[in-house]
Structures are given as C-alpha cells and as structure tokens.
Design a protein around this ligand. Structure first.
Ligand code: PEP
Ligand code: MG
Length: 837
C-alpha cells in the first residue's frame, strides 16, 4: 500500500545514544538543510531498516541509503559524517535500489573500527528528505537499541489533492547552467521557489551528489551552486513538464538587477584611502574616542527550557505572521515605487521567513522545550553558519539577510521587553539605526555613533545633531566587520573612523576633547546674548526642535527662539491621530518652554521619507515627488483645518508663527492664509499669527519674490532644497557625500530667495542642516540670511561664529563663490577665507 500518507512510527536503525539534529557536529545536517530527522551515535556495526519500504537510492560509496516508506516519506539513512570521503572502504551494502525491505531488515554493514578511525564522526542520521510533506517527532532522546521506537513521521496537512497529484504524475528531469551572478543565492533561490510553487508538481534541484526541494530557499542555498554550474532539476506530478520548463528558465535567466551593481556605491568621497581608517560622511559633528560596540543583536538570556510547547509554537506563529505582514507592506511599497532591487530583497526575506528548513528546526527546538525566541534564534544561527561555510562570498553575505530576520522576529516576540544596553562612552557601530534606537543610545550616554548606511540628512542624523552626538554615516559594510572592544577614534568633522589609534593619538583626542569642552563652556557664557556681527548686524540664532523637552534644552542653550518645530515628530510614537486639544497642548508646551521668544511651528510635513503610523498614505511610485507637506492638506483639508485651529488657540498668539512646508506656488500660500482668516474669525480672533513659507523646492526659491509679497517671512529648508536641486535622494548612502548644500547651484537659489524677501521687506532664514554648519555661516550671512535655526547644542558655537564676521566682507566673498564649479570648491574657499577655530 504505497504512499498512504499515514502517520508512521520508525524503529531505531542503530543502537546508541540519540541526538537531535541541532546537536550533530555538521552544520548542514544540524541546520535541517537536508531535512528534519534525528541522529544516533552508533555502538553496533549494522544499519537496519526503520520500517517497511522500498530502497530508492544507494550511495555509490555505500555509506548511505534512502528508503521510501509506505506512507510516502523518504528516509535518508546516512552512516557517519563526511564518510563519503572513505570512497566505500569499510562499507558493505546489503541491498540494491528497487529492493523492497521490511522493518528490521539489515541494510548495510560496516567495519566499525576502521570507519570510526578514519571519519570525522560516527554520528549517523535518519533524515526525512521530503520534509515539505512530513514532519519528524522524536519519541525518545535517550539511548536506543535496534528496533525500539525512535521517531514518529507525521504527515503535514497537504494541499488539497497534492499527494494524489504526485501519484498520477510522471517524473521528468532536465539539466541547466546557472546564470545568476554569484550562483544560486537567496534572491534567485526565492524566485525558483516562487516558480515551483506555481505548479502542483514536486520539484527538486540536484547538485554535487546532493538534492534539495525547490520549496526550501535554505535547502537550495545549502547546495552551494556556483555561477555557471550545471544542475539537474527533477519534477514529479501532473504538470511536471510545465514545471520543469519554468524552473529551467528561471535558473538560466539572470535577475534584471544583476546587470548592474546592487550595493550602494559611494560615488565620490572626499578622502583618499588610508590604512586603518574608514571614511564616511559627517551627519553630526564632534570628536570622540571609546571602545567600539557593535549593536546588532538582541542578546537572549539563558533559556531554562521546559516551556509549554503549544504556547511557544503559537507565539512563534504570531511573531512570524506579524513580521511577514510588515515585510509585505515594504514589498508593496517597493512595488509601487517600481524599486526592483528592493522588491527582490524583500521577496527573498519573505521566502526565507517561510522556509521549511528554518521553521522545522525552530519547531523541533520548541518541541524539545525551548522558548520560541531561543528556538528561532538558534535556527537562524545554524543557517548562518551553513551559509558562511559554503565558501561563497555572496552566500556568506546573505547571512546578513537571515540576521535581519532574526532581529525582526525576536523584536516581534519580545516586544517592549527588548532593550539593549550599551556602556556609556562607547562608539556604537550598526548597519543603520532607527530614530528610537538613537534616542535609547543617547540616554545610555554613548560617545558616538557610526552607521554603515544612511544619509547625512536622514532623520536619525537630524536627531544625532540635535543631541550633539558625533555621528558618521555611509561608512560601508567594512564597518560591520570590526572587532568589538577595540579603542577607536571617531572624528566626525573629518569623516573618519580611526580603527587602530596609537596611545599617543588617543591622548591627543582626549586633550582635543577637553579643549573643545573648554571652548564650548566659553561660548556658552555668551550664548544668551544676541549674535551681532562686527559691523553691527543682528542675526537671530534659533533652534530646530521636535518636542517641548528639546525646546527647553534650546532655551537653556541660549536660542533666540524656535526656528522650526517639526510637528510631525510630536506624535511619532502613536498609533492614533492626536485630536485638536492634544495638539494645542503640545504646541503650547513648546511655547511655554521658550520664555518670551518666538516659536515657528511648521504644519505637518508627512510623506516622502517621513511616515506616521496613524496617518497611512497611499503608496506612490515616487513618494518624495508625491503627496508631501502642504499637498497633504490639499487632499485632506480637515486635517489641516484641525491643526490650524489648534495653532490659533496658542497664547500669546503673537509669539506663534506658522510655517508652510513644500510650497511651490503662491496660490497655496493664499489659500492657507484665507483658511487662517476664516478659522480665526470663527474663533473670534482679532489678530492672526505671522505666516511664513518654506523654501525647499527650486520652484519656491525661483518664485521667492512673488511668495514674499504675501508671506511674513521665508525659511530655507536646505535639506530638501539640496535633494530637489541636485536630484539626489537625501537618504542615499552612496550619494551622501555629494548631497552638499554648499553647492553653488544652491547658493544661487539662496541668494535669489534672500533678494526676493528683501524686495518686500521680509526676512529670510535657514532651518535646514546647512544652518548648523559653521563653515557655511559666513556664506549664508553674505547672501543675506538673517536667521539661522540650528540644532540646540550648537546655538553657542554659531553665535560665536557670527560675532567674528563682517557682513560686507561676507557679501563680497559670497558673491564670488556663486561662480565656483562645485560644492567642494566652495568648501575649500570657505576654509581659506573664514578658517574654523
Ligand atoms: C529641510 O528640508 O531642510 C527641512 C528643514 O525640513 P525637513 O528636514 O523636516 O524635511
Ligand atoms: Mg523639508
């Protein structure tokens, strides 16, 4: 009665202690990449059939045999580890392919002493190779004698008609050369799996004497198939021929994005290569030294074991579902943006998340009493080890994808309970940090932060500047290979991470740090006084803040006001939208924290790279060019009205100034002014607050004069203005060194904005990151900027800089800078004319 798909109990094929696969000293078996099963460290010299069945494969070298049991389960019996290398010496196969055997029948005898002396280990395996249909449930983990019950083989719930289909189907096979660059790594393997899933047939890949189900990305990667290698594909089922053709096509067609490089390349850096130094882009200035700490993993406490199996299974299932949903969203977003690269990566992540090799290993651990988090973590670690041992750079790199999934699922499992702890004074390195990671790190007193990816105008960078935490981004993957614990120097201003500083250099850095601290203390003593240039021009130095707490810090640091309150950050942690009352309270708290000084509050600026959980926006092909800033208010006028009403309730109203983001034409400004008048009248107000316009797209800069006619002030957002003028994503790691607002094209737009404002007697300020760059202060003043909104810790420093300048000289030199050919040339000229202290 073949393939009856019933549960089956296997008897021990050998006598000896029983081990779970995870304890087998062989990464491939331990990972479950070959399938689910169990191991025995044998004490006898004969391998017996664990059930009735048919011999379907006998290894040429006589060390392994595969049976198909009557329920359809295919069982590989593998004697010892790496015994293939003995080339049959010491093995005596007692059956042939096609032989029908009964439970307890001797299959193979071997010379126990000879094999034991010459192989890596005698530990022998019983593995279900068609694990997509069956699951192994160990009966005992103690020692067994031949014939004693060892393992239950339980059918997985099959897809309707699946086994019937396999019965009626034929088996076909073909051969093809792998076209994928670097071989069959995760993304092409995920595509192969996706192709296979489109058919009812069961498909397998065969390479180097080993086989893997096309259902398992890990299994296929475990075959270590190299580029241009020839592989066999076999398909069995009613649509086997069609499946085979589709699989052959998918294996022999390189991915579209393989035509060009995937890794973000730093197209230009300002540095030559230097031994022992990694170069990146400064996201927040400063100099620090300390031990390197890599923030990459959630450290799990020791697992006491003995957990409730069903409960832990359910926890893992829930976490996987949550992560899968998150990845699905990212994937949809990438699809909507037609971002082929991202799509391929996240499809592979999704496939890995469902991979039988990963899941089976995790569920097996859970069945043995592990907690869900430990089971998942162990299963990923083993697979990472497998990939790293395959001696393929590309596959080893894919271990990072697994690592990502480890983190995501663990975060979902541990929820709020997860907190990392980093020693104070550490230099933290990470692939990329989230804003909440950064806030946690600051609270723990780290000395600096380095990221392999990220951009200098990303929101994490903005937060780091706000906290005065030295931060470098776009350091590249080499950053993640550095040994934790080593003392490093982070010279953020110079864009350098020094990996092997001498004791002398460390001492020098410490001295420079204390000099900086002394200078800062001195600047701080004058921070509360106005910033007046040598020739008597007042420049307002305000601060960018995202909360009332930051406003308090800005006030303490001497800020003349708030130059930009990013209201979209006020409720960033929430899942529900704030109501009018909550908004009013939050804005009022910022005003209250600023004494009698003015506060510029920007209306909500979501879209692009800023997303809010409580305000989901439709996916867009080009979100940065889509529904951003004030445009959201045009399609959701009730949201804008609610925010304006909350703003109009602030007291005293004359200290509140409203700023409109992403304006491109005068009509947008006029419309909102009119709404403010209408709402103000409804509320019985006699005065209305000043209304300003952000100049952050080239169109607005070019229309500055027309906008200034109707606006009370203009505030230049150099972050977006750089992005849109240079056509470079502000968060692009590879372009980070080039998204430089000192580019002469931007300086021309800034000059035009200031001139436009002046024509109507309005003032122009800068609230983008350029305002916090002391090298840029003289240029901005020279071009006519009279307000700088900087990160709170830098107020004293920028005021100090202003006091050393002469506006007439700044004007003369800045006019010449407009004619320079590049940002680099402008920077160099600034260093010459106005050296930094
Ligand atoms: C800017 O674009 O320069 C700006 C200040 O706005 P944000 O960084 O919030 O986009
Ligand atoms: Mg902006």
């Amino acid at each position: 009665m073949p393939n009856n798909n019933k549960e089956l109990t296997l008897s021990a094929p050998l006598s000896g202690p029983v081990l779970t696969l995870t304890n087998v000293p062989d990464a491939v078996f331990a990972s479950g990449a070959m399938g689910d099963g169990i191991a025995i460290d044998p004490l006898n010299d004969t391998l017996y059939a664990p059930c009735d069945g048919e011999v379907i494969h006998v290894a040429r070298t006589g060390h392994a045999v595969t049976l198909r049991a009557d329920n359809g389960a295919e069982l590989l019996l593998h004697l010892g580890l790496d015994t293939v290398e003995l080339q049959g010496d010491g093995f005596f196969m007692l059956v042939k392919e096609g032989t029908r055997v009964s439970n307890g029948q001797a299959l193979l005898r071997y010379d126990l002493d000879k094999v034991a002396q010459r192989c890596k280990s005698l530990v022998s395996l019983l593995v279900i190779t068609n694990g997509e249909h069956f699951q192994a449930r160990p009966i005992t983990l103690k020692g067994v004698k031949v014939g004693e019950p060892l393992l239950h083989v339980v059918p997985r719930a099959p897809g309707a008609g699946q086994l019937d289909d396999l019965e009626v189907g034929i088996e076909v096979s073909g051969q093809i050369r792998i076209a994928h660059r670097g071989g069959l790594h995760a993304r092409p393997a995920a595509l192969v799996r996706q192709t296979a899933r489109g058919f009812k047939s069961r498909s397998q890949l065969h390479f180097g004497g080993r086989s893997a189900s096309c259902d398992s990305v890990m299994g296929m990667m475990g075959l270590a198939i190299t580029e241009q290698a020839e592989v066999h594909v076999s398909c069995r089922g009613s649509d086997a021929e069609a499946a085979l053709q589709a699989l052959l096509a998918s294996l022999s067609t390189a991915l579209a994005e393989e035509a060009h490089s995937r890794a973000p390349q730093v197209l230009t850096t300002r540095h030559a290569a230097e031994e022992g130094v990694l170069h990146g882009v400064c996201a927040a200035p400063g100099l620090a030294s300390g031990p390197l700490v890599r923030l990459d993993g959630i450290q799990l406490p020791k697992d006491p074991g003995g957990h409730n199996v069903e409960e832990q299974r359910q926890r893992l299932l829930d976490a996987l579902a949550q992560v899968s949903q998150d990845i699905q969203l990212t994937l949809e977003n990438a699809k909507a943006r037609r971002h082929v690269d991202e799509q391929a990566i996240f499809s592979a992540h999704l496939a890995l998340l469902e991979d039988p090799a990963l899941l089976d290993a995790a569920y097996l651990s859970i069945e043995q009493g592990s907690a869900a988090a430990h089971a998942w973590s162990r299963s990923i670690d083993v697979q990472c080890q497998v990939l790293r041992q395959l001696q393929s750079m590309l596959l080893a790199e894919r271990a990072n994808d697994l690592h990502d999934l480890r983190q995501r699922v663990l975060r979902a499992l541990l929820g709020e309970a997860w907190q990392f702890e980093v020693p104070a004074g550490a230099i933290v390195v990470a692939q990329e940090l989230t804003p909440s990671d950064l806030l946690q790190l600051c609270a723990q007193g780290v000395a600096g932060v380095c990221m392999a990816e990220g951009g200098a105008t990303s929101h994490v960078a903005i937060l780091a500047r706000g906290k005065g935490l030295p931060c470098l981004v776009a350091l590249g993957d080499a950053l993640l290979e550095q040994l934790p614990g080593q003392s490093v120097v982070l010279d953020a201003d110079g864009g350098r991470l020094e990996l092997t500083p001498s004791a002398e250099r460390l001492a020098q850095v410490r001295q420079a740090q204390s000099q900086r601290a002394a200078l800062r203390a001195q600047q701080q003593t004058l921070a509360h006084a106005p910033a007046r240039t040598l020739d008597g021009v007042d420049v307002e130095v305000a601060a960018n803040v995202a909360s009332s707490a930051e406003a308090g810090q800005a006030f303490a640091n001497g800020a003349d006001g708030v130059g930009l309150l990013r209201t979209e950050f006020l409720f960033v942690d929430r899942h529900t939208a704030p109501n009018e009352q909550e908004q009013r309270q939050a804005y009022q708290a910022v005003l209250d924290a600023m004494g009698d000084r003015p506060v510029i509050i920007r209306t909500i600026d979501v879209g692009g790279d800023k997303q809010l959980d409580y305000l989901p926006l439709p996916a867009e092909a080009n979100p940065v060019l889509g529904l951003r800033g004030i445009r959201l208010g045009q399609v959701r006028p009730e949201l804008l009205d609610q925010q304006l009403r909350a703003l109009l309730q602030i007291r005293p109203l004359h200290r509140c100034r409203i700023l409109l983001p992403m304006v491109t034409e005068v009509a947008e400004l006029l419309h909102i002014r009119q709404r403010i008048d209408v709402l103000g009248a409804q509320m019985g107000l006699e005065q209305r607050p000043q209304v300003g316009v952000m100049i952050e797209v080239p169109a607005a800069a070019l229309l500055a004069e027309q906008l200034a006619e109707h606006a009370d002030f203009l505030s230049i957002g150099t972050n977006d203005l750089s992005q849109y003028t240079l056509a470079m994503d502000r968060d692009h790691a590879g372009l980070a060194a080039r998204v430089d607002a000192l580019h002469p094209a931007l300086l021309r737009l800034i000059a035009q904005t200031c001139a436009g404002a002046a024509r109507h007697g309005r003032w122009a300020g800068v609230c983008g990151a350029l305002a916090s760059d002391p090298l840029a202060t003289p240029v901005l003043i020279g071009l006519g900027v009279r307000e700088l909104s900087v990160s709170p810790p830098q107020v004293g420093e920028i005021k100090d800089r202003v006091r050393r300048l002469d506006t007439a000289q700044c004007r003369r030199v800045s006019t010449d800078l407009l004619n320079l050919p590049s940002a680099a040339a402008v920077r160099q000229a600034c260093h010459q004319h106005w050296p930094l202290g």
